[in-house]
Design a binder for this molecule. Structure first.
Ligand SMILES: [Zn+2]
Length: 293
């Protein structure tokens, strides 16, 4: 890519897992960011309603459509020869990185709803969240007895601040190096509730000065789908004179056509997997030309 006309679920699965392995080897948070961004956007977009993974036709601005179909379209865009197996393998691999350990400390890195045993601490963590959006997360500690250790919560790079409550009260801790650390005696039933600030934003691409940009909501890349609009016509994105998103009266990003007509039907690209017609996938516009209004 971008020369190839198709992407592949297997490559996306590998990219997620190799970034998680690099995080484990180096402790660098940018590997976690790349793994999460690829998983919840590109990999999930390549999972279809059958549960299998596969391919999408790929350009830098619009993905999808019927341009590439395996086996003359008999199986749609799903690739049961490799991607459907390898994509599921990657989800299992990612599960082992939700929580990692540094001595006694418990690093919480990813936030899908999960139950994680901590046998050496005679305990268990339960995560409940609205994954993949990650606007609201609860983490509950369960244990056979009171134990002292640190829970180190990852604050995603896209988040603008994080409000953490411990048993309903402001925990009063600030993030340091992308982590909020709570080092204390944990009792069974102790509960952390946290919400990451920051949501809708413009992401210029391929670099900060580009006239083209995508729209993100938290970790999720948004797109305009051919199910809702003519994606060749609505190729502009309204921005303010300061360069931020110009939102509609009800707080939504606005795509525009050459005549200035607007549409606000943005959705996370990964939500399109529910489109039942895998043999003729929707086309998704991801990259827009910025238009000041
Ligand atoms: Zn494959």
């Amino acid at each position: 890519m971008p020369i190839s006309e198709q992407d592949e679920g297997c490559a996306l699965a590998d990219y997620v897992v190799v970034n998680l392995m690099m995080f484990e080897a180096t402790g660098r948070r940018d590997y976690l960011e790349d793994a999460e961004r690829t998983q919840v956007n590109h990999l999930f977009m390549n999972q279809f309603h059958t549960g299998g993974f596969g391919h999408r036709a790929f350009a830098t601005d619009v993905v999808g459509g019927k341009k590439w179909q395996g086996w003359e379209g008999r199986f749609g865009s799903e690739n049961p020869g490799c991607c459907s197996l390898w994509g599921c393998w990657s989800l299992g691999q990612a599960a082992s990185f939700i929580v990692t350990r540094q001595g006694n400390a418990v690093d919480v890195n990813l936030y899908p709803s999960a139950s994680i045993d901590l046998p050496d601490l005679a305990g268990r963590l339960e995560i409940e969240s609205d994954f993949p959006r990650l606007s609201k997360i609860a983490l509950t500690v369960h244990g056979d007895r009171t134990m002292k250790y640190a829970i180190r919560l990852r604050i995603p790079a896209w988040a603008v601040g994080a409000a953490v409550k411990l048993n309903g009260k402001d925990a009063g801790v600030a993030a340091v190096d992308g982590r909020i650390v709570l080092d204390r005696e944990w009792r069974s039933g102790d509960r952390l509730d946290f919400a990451f600030g920051g949501g809708l934003r413009l992401v210029p691409w391929p670099d900060e000065k580009s006239s083209t940009a995508a729209v993100f909501d938290g970790p999720l890349c948004l797109a305009l789908s051919s199910a809702a609009a003519d994606v060749d016509r609505f190729a502009k994105l309204l921005v303010t004179s300061q360069g931020g998103l110009l939102l509609s009266a009800d707080g939504k990003p606005q795509a525009a056509d050459a005549k200035g007509e607007t549409i606000s039907a943005f959705k996370p690209i990964a939500e399109d997997w529910l489109s039942p017609d895998v043999k003729n996938p929707n086309r998704l516009r991801i990259l827009f030309t910025k238009q000041t209004r």
